[in-house]
Design a protein around this ligand. Structure first.
Ligand SMILES: Nc1nc2c(c(=O)[nH]1)N[C@H]1C(S)=C(S)[C@@H](COP(=O)(O)O)O[C@H]1N2
Ligand SMILES: [Mo]
Length: 234
């Protein structure tokens, strides 16, 4: 699998090859951008095809997990949305049978599993953390989501938005994480929950999720709209 990946992505495309392929001059900014976007979409498709529902992201020991987990968002942590434990509701939308909104209290009664995995941020840092929560797959089953749909999308209290394909949504390590280091998820890390998806880069792990929707249209992503690959699997 890894070898296969390396063979596909190892060489990459040189700028020269890109020029040959697309017939556009490297100084022609718009054409270059279009060509790169094309390659990026191609990469998305190849990565999605290689994704295995059974391949697990590496897990680590308790001792390797960091207690004081790093914060990241496009704004300072003092601006993190403070969602009220009593007023918060998780909204369900799209191809889901039972759209009854979820309170924090009800969410936190769901059965939980724990994972110690590495969070990798494209900005050049990574950290091992311990998260506990309920597998998204069991939540989707419980709410009668159409599991034959192609995507699951997320909207967040700070205006952030993300989406993943159904195979990733059903992956056993994809969690609605309620806890970090055995404690209720702190505000800055996404209270009342964040999506913890260790098979994805950090930016595809939305915090402060307020809506989960199931759809056949590829959901937009905050950083994908700013140039990053949509799939962004690791
Ligand atoms: N709602 C929301 N979710 C988000 C972000 C954000 O700005 N807003 N940033 C993403 C990025 S780039 C990273 S690296 C992680 C950081 O999560 P952490 O603060 O728990 O470390 O959240 C991701 N999810
Ligand atoms: Mo990130």
């Amino acid at each position: 699998m890894d070898l296969e990946r390396r063979r596909l992505f190892g060489g990459g495309l040189s700028m020269g090859a890109l020029t040959l392929l697309t017939g556009c001059d490297i100084s022609d900014h718009d054409s270059v951008q279009k060509a790169l976007a094309m390659v990026s979409r191609f990469n998305d498709r190849v990565q999605a095809a290689l994704f295995s529902a059974h391949k697990l992201a590496p897990t680590f020991s308790e001792a390797e997990a960091v207690k004081d987990f790093r914060y990241n968002a496009w704004y300072g942590q003092d601006k993190s949305p403070k969602l009220s434990p009593s007023e918060y509701r998780l909204t369900l939308a799209g191809m889901v049978a039972d759209k009854t909104p979820w309170t924090v209290e009800k969410l936190y009664t769901l059965p939980q599993t724990t994972q110690i995995t590495r969070h990798v941020c494209v900005e050049g840092w990574s950290m091992i953390g311990k998260w506990s929560g309920t597998p998204l797959s069991s939540f989707l089953q419980r709410t009668g989501a159409d599991l034959t749909a192609k995507y699951v999308g997320f909207e967040c209290a700070d205006g952030y938005y993300e989406g993943i394909d159904m195979p990733t949504a059903l992956h056993p390590q994809t969690l609605m994480a309620f806890k970090l280091s055995d404690e209720t998820l702190p505000t800055r890390h996404g209270y009342p929950f964040k999506m913890r998806i260790p098979t994805k880069l950090g930016f595809k792990n939305p915090k402060f999720v307020t809506t989960i929707y199931v759809t056949n249209q590829q959901p937009k992503g905050f950083w994908t709209d700013r140039g990053y690959n949509w799939f962004s699997g690791i």
